[in-house]
Design a protein around this ligand. Sequence first.
Ligand code: HEC
Length: 139
Amino acid sequence: MRSRALVLAATAAAAAILTWRLVSAPDVREDVPPEFAGRRNPLAGPEAIAAGDRLFHANCATCHGEQADGRGPAAAGLIPPPTDFRGGPVLAQHSDAYLFYRVTTGKPGTAMPSFHGALGDSERWQVIAYLRSLATAAR
Ligand code: HEC
């Protein structure tokens, strides 16, 4: 009888933990591969942002738009459409690691290309510093 009570208690505890995990899970799942997990932007400040601004307009604005609102000339007809970094919650919800992972490897099933090779590590971090500066400016 005692062991049965223990099993019941353990089951109840497991169910409680599971419910808590489900309720507190973030809306956005970030399946960041181990080689990107936990990475933080090593670059910040006006110089990184200015460099990222130039790189964004040279490499990303055709799709993501001059204003980073997802409305670039090449965005027409893309499904899903390029991310709007202005109005949407993308920047607030995603970690540096996720953004770096996506810019580096692209996003399968979408038009988002890989910039590995096209842009160096520092350049990809500069673009991310620029994108983050947009979220700060909007607040
Ligand atoms: C050919 C068009 C195109 C170009 C060029 C492009 N993107 Fe994208 N990007 C997309 C599309 C389409 C998506 C997918 C949006 C979605 O999944 O809802 C995307 C997704 C992303 C995401 C992931 C957003 C998310 O929520 O998963 C990031 C970050 C991103 N782009 C950054 C960039 C940066 C930085 C550049 C330039 C270095 C760039 N993109 C260039 C089309 C483009």
